[in-house]
Design a protein around this ligand. Structure first.
Ligand code: ZN
Length: 446
């Protein structure tokens, strides 16, 4: 049985999926104005203040802000933020129409169903329910439905936080990447994203000397050197980063206690990861190391010309504490003697960021989770990808990734559907998340 609020979340989510606000990284894509209009129409007439923002030179890339003003200026402001864009799909690999928003056997299908139109829709439903009943909280509630998260957020949350912070002024932020439930041995955990790794995208330019391809002996071939650079990056093993967050996460895993002990010991963690199943090993390595993934290579002009320049782009993800200088030191170590011959260009950087867990909002989230999953504990996580949360952390806000999902929607199922094929979400999760936003607002701002 579906209650009235959940039915609204389902319907709104279906509309947002059908709007296909696909962000391919170009300024002309996304066109989140379509979803902004749907959300505005849904929220209108409830006494909410609605404001639409569009960055200069990016028509259609709108973000929407709605507010319920608090009565006590000293009380904190909570922002619920959802992005409205989604990543592209390969329709041939889908069982159903990726933009159909179909409801089949208790699941809503489509691109954005878990990343993150589910949250954007359920936040709007909670906000409207509160506004309609004339709720007057002590603290202010802000809702931000923003564009462009999937391309880094410069035209969405980044633009809002840099240019229109006065419209937000959030002390606390709740957004994506939490809320999955896991448990073993009678223990139940609900994940909350409290921090994320940093990003340091770099272009490495390797120069050589052009020459005739018929005489390669002793040649200064940029591509040959680039191959060594790539190998150096692939084989590089930086020192592990074993934090409290990692230790808590390992504690929640259903693994042999000996393996768990090794995973939290800096001198043994690398070896322990090597013995894990492939999927878990991949995650564990990223959670405990700054990583280097050489992902593009451009160079050479013709089959018979020795190339004089090759560009390699490397996706570097940093652990907390690895600043720009440290990234450079890592590259120098990874490349060894070749480092002298490589010019490093910064493409995109942001530091890792972590919010504290000893906060009033953390306690409220614990109570909300307890109400739906008795005995469950919050499990703080450092995520290895990135979200819009750091834009808020830069302003001193405490930012968490939250939500509340069904037992059926495991972290593994989630991971496969994020940017994956056959993305979908069960209605029970939509019901839980909608209730969780309502409960959180009432308890925290009430
Ligand atoms: Zn997302």
């Amino acid at each position: 049985m579906t209650d009235a609020l959940t039915a609204q979340t389902v319907e709104l989510l279906q509309q947002l999926i059908r709007n296909r606000c696909v962000n391919d990284g170009t300024v002309a894509s996304g066109q989140e104005v379509r979803t902004g209009d749907v959300l505005s129409a849904y929220l209108e007439g409830t006494g909410l203040d609605l404001e639409v923002y569009e960055p200069d030179g990016a028509p259609g890339r709108t973000s929407l802000v709605a507010r319920i003003e608090g009565t006590d200026p000293a009380a904190p402001t909570l922002c619920l933020m959802g992005h409205t864009d989604v990543v592209p799909v390969t329709p041939e690999h889908w069982t159903r129409d990726p933009f159909g928003g179909e409801l089949v056997n208790g699941e809503v299908w489509g691109r954005g169903a878990v990343d993150m139109l589910n949250l954007t829709a359920s936040q709007a439903v909670a906000l409207r329910a509160l506004a309609r009943r004339g709720w007057r909280p002590r603290g202010t509630l802000v809702y931000l439905a923003c564009a462009d998260e999937e391309a880094g957020g410069a035209l969405g949350a980044g633009y809002m936080c840099k240019r229109h912070w006065d419209a937000l002024r959030a002390d606390y932020l709740l957004t994506e990447n939490g809320g999955t439930v896991s448990g073993h041995g009678g223990e139940l955990n609900v994940t909350v994203h409290v921090g994320e790794k940093g990003v340091a995208w770099r272009r490495l330019r390797i120069k050589g000397t052009p020459g005739h391809g018929s005489m390669p002996y002793g040649a200064d071939n940029a591509l040959v050197k680039a191959a060594q650079v790539v190998t150096g990056l692939a084989n590089y093993r930086p020192a592990p980063y074993v934090s409290d967050l990692w230790t808590a996460f390992v504690g929640s895993l259903d693994l042999d206690p000996k393996v768990k002990a090794a995973l939290v010991d800096p001198s043994r963690v690398d070896e322990a990861i090597a013995g894990l199943p492939a999927g878990m090993a991949r995650l564990a390595w990223s959670a405990t190391h700054t990583t280097f993934s050489p992902n593009t290579c451009r160079g050479g002009v013709k089959t018979n010309v020795i190339p004089d320049v090759v560009d390699i782009e490397v996706d570097i993800r940093t652990v907390p504490g690895d600043n720009e200088d440290e990234v450079r030191r890592h590259l120098d170590k990874a490349l060894g003697a070749l480092a002298q011959e490589v010019a490093v260009e910064k493409l995109f950087s942001k530091p890792a960021s972590v919010s504290p867990t000893r906060t009033p909002l953390w306690d409220v989230l614990g109570r909300v989770v307890e109400a739906h999953y008795p005995g469950a504990r919050l499990l703080p996580r450092l995520i290895v990808g990135f979200t819009d949360a750091p834009y808020f952390r830069e302003h001193g806000a405490v930012a968490y990734g939250f939500g509340l999902f069904s037992r059926a929607l495991t972290a593994e199922a989630m991971a496969g559907r994020f940017h994956g094929n056959d993305e979908r979400i069960d209605v029970e999760s939509l019901a839980l998340t909608t209730q969780a936003w309502l409960n959180t607002c009432e308890l925290f701002l009430g």
